[in-house]
Every structure is written in C-alpha cells, then in structure tokens.
Design a protein around this ligand. Structure first.
Ligand code: CAA
Length: 293
C-alpha cells in the first residue's frame, strides 16, 4: 500500500505506546502512513518502540512481510516525547491508559497542538463516552472513537463510535482510513459506555471471575470449557489476562457508572488482584502465570 495522497489520511499520530498504542501505530505504518508516536515518558516510548520492532520481526518470521517492508515500516515512525510533534497530523489516535482524567488531559493538549481544523481526533477508549472527551476540545465535531482489539495486528475489527456531535465527514474519513487504509472491518456504535463489544464481553469475563472466586471451578476448567466447548480462541480468564486486569476493571467501572447494573460490577477478587499488582500477561501474573517458559 502506498503513501496516502489527496483526501486520504497520510499523516497519523498515536498518543500512548502501550499494548494498544503500539499495535495501532504498527498497523498504521504498515499501511504506508507516516506515524508520529508520542509518550510523555522516555522509558515508555522506548518500550513501545521495541514492542513494535519485535512485532514486525515476528511478522517477518511468520513470512507475513519481507524484511525490506518491515524496515520501511520502521522508517515511517517518528518517536517523540513532545506533543508539538503532532502539529501536522491529519488523524491522531489516543491510546493512553483507560482513565478519564488522563484522556481528557490528552485531548485538551491535542486541541492546542493539532493545526488543521479538518484533522480527526480519535480515542481508542474501550468504554468512556466519546462526548465527555469531545467536550474538552473546541472542535467536538472532529472527535470520535476508533476502538481496536488486542492483538491489533491480528484482530480485524475496529468499532467506530460517533458522538451526538461528530460530523458525518469526519466519520466517513475515519471509516475509510480503517477499511481502505488498514484493511480492517468496521462496526458503528452509538456513544454508550462499552459500545458494542465490551458491553457484551465484559459481563461475560466478570461472570467467569465470579465463578472462579466462588470456588465453583478451577481457572483451567473454566477456560477449557469455553475453548473446547464453544470454540473460543481463548477462555475468559486468559482473555482477561491478555486485556490486562487493570483495563478490565476500568471498563467494568465505566459500564457500572453508566448503567448501574450489578452484572457490570467488578468482583472483589478482581479489585484485590489489581491492588496486588497482578495485572495479567503484561506483567507476568494474573489468573495464570506467564513467568514460566
Ligand atoms: N503480532 C502479529 N501477529 C501475531 C501476533 C502479534 N502480536 N500475535 C499472533 N499473531 C499471528 C500469528 O503469527 C498467527 O498467524 P497465522 O495464523 O497466520 O500463523 C496468528 O496470529 C495466531 O497466533 P498464534 O498461533 O501465535 O497464537 P494463537 O493461535 O494462540 O492465537 C491470539 C493468539 C491471536 C491472541 C488468539 O488466541 C485470539 O485471537 N484470542 C482472542 C483475543 C481477543 O478476544 N481479543 C480481544 C480482546 S478485547 C479488546 O482488545 C478490546 C478491549 O477494549 C478490551
């Protein structure tokens, strides 16, 4: 895929280079776009850069791309700790922690630094209403949700979330970037906490955690039940570990805040695990242990 021209989005920015941000940056660069990645912290920026490099090496190892294409993709990145590096971007996708104050702070900054009034400001939030985010900017019509799925290079879906104020033109251009640029499938959701996928997925994961917490069955048996009995690629507890237990909690809290339904309430065990620093695969231990080879 060549460098985008004309009305296409050619210059992409990504704020936050954790699990999701690095994946979003990677697929954007693989689609031929120039990508500026911004993290406030130099260490986090370097970890993100190295995560992207490892994923590209993995793609080369799996014969999904040539070494030359992987090098070219790496060459399209600029890594920075300065928000000003995003000034000329046509689309900026925010993928910082699932925390409302952090996201609002990022969008306040983006509104100041991104120059083009046509630029689209997108959030990869899993559950925070887009309207809350849009209203800290002076251009809410340019703000929408682009919600990717982990691992981003593998899963072919993006939820497009439109607020009451998102302009049809911004929505159309963002959707075209995902389908024609990234070659992913979109589904469109109204602006309700959890959107489509997490409104269904998170209660399922929380039920599995409650089942485990009550001593009903082992973690292995709960997961095997869904993998072997329902052909899911992984069980709900391994999936919670993959998403990150801090993120699962944050999504559950947003859903509970919005709907006040007990099925969205985070179980006590989940809260204790997060307090204990057992965050899942990303730091080695969650419902399963990833420290052993
Ligand atoms: N980068 C690039 N390619 C990758 C990759 C990565 N990080 N991880 C896996 N792959 C590729 C592999 O090369 C492999 O390709 P082939 O099939 O062509 O050989 C394929 O993906 C499958 O990978 P593996 O064989 O290594 O491993 P697997 O078969 O066990 O699959 C998995 C791993 C892709 C994670 C799979 O278990 C899966 O899809 N699980 C479900 C994940 C899911 O539900 N994610 C959504 C979470 S919800 C979310 O993200 C949103 C939110 O808001 C919480």
């Amino acid at each position: 895929m060549g460098e985008g021209t004309g009305h296409e989005i050619a210059r992409v920015g990504v704020v936050g280079c954790g699990l999701m941000g690095s994946g979003i940056a990677e697929v954007s660069s693989r689609a031929g776009r120039s990508v500026v990645v911004v993290e406030l912290d130099k260490g986090a920026l370097e970890r993100g850069r190295s995560r992207i490099a490892t994923s590209l090496e993995r793609a080369v190892g799996a014969s999904k791309m040539s070494t030359a294409d992987a090098d070219a993709a790496m060459g399209r990145f600029t890594f920075s700790t300065d928000f000003d590096a995003l000034a000329d971007r046509q689309l900026v996708i925010e993928a910082v922690l699932e925390s409302e104050p952090e996201k609002l702070a990022v969008f306040t900054m983006l509104d100041k630094v991104v120059e083009s009034p046509e630029a689209i400001l997108a959030s990869n939030t899993s559950s925070i209403p887009i309207m809350k985010i849009a209203m800290v900017t002076g251009r809410p019509e340019q703000v929408l949700g682009l919600h990717f799925f982990n691992p981003v290079p593998v899963l072919p879906l993006v939820e497009v979330v439109l607020s009451l104020l998102t302009s049809p033109d911004a929505a159309r251009r963002a959707e075209r970037f995902v389908t024609d640029g990234l070659d992913k499938r979109t589904i469109v959701s109204k602006d309700r906490a959890g959107f489509i996928v997490n409104a269904l997925l998170v209660p399922y994961i929380l039920s599995a955690i409650r089942m485990f917490e009550s001593g009903f069955a082992t973690a292995e048996d709960i997961d095997t039940g869904m993998v072997k009995g329902c052909a899911h690629p992984m069980g709900p507890l391994a999936l919670a570990d993959l998403i990150g237990l801090d993120t699962v909690t944050a999504i559950a809290d947003s859903l509970y805040d919005e709907f006040k339904e007990p099925l969205y309430a985070a179980p006590a065990l989940l809260a204790r695990m997060v307090e204990a620093g057992l965050l899942g695969k990303k730091n080695g231990r969650g419902f399963f242990d990833y420290t052993r080879p």
